[in-house]
Design a protein around this ligand. Structure first.
Ligand code: ZN
Length: 65
């Protein structure tokens, strides 16, 4: 089985696979150019989540374009 392509939402940076749209915000604006990812388990306590303005749990792209 082929692995689904990873995509990152351009609006909220959520990294997801396969779906047509972002499971977090529903946007169809995505990029497949993902430079670095973080897994946020506790957005209130994560410094990097604060810097990236992430308020949800999940996997997020650090840099997208
Ligand atoms: Zn999104």
């Amino acid at each position: 089985m082929a692995k689904a392509k990873e995509r990152a939402c351009k609006l909220c940076r959520t990294v997801y696979e396969g779906d047509e749209k972002c499971p977090n915000c529903g946007s169809k604006e995505y990029t497949e150019t993902i430079k670095g990812k973080i897994v946020v388990a506790n957005p209130e306590k994560s410094e990097i989540a604060k810097k990236l303005n992430i308020k949800e749990k999940g996997t997020f792209a650090i840099k997208i374009r």
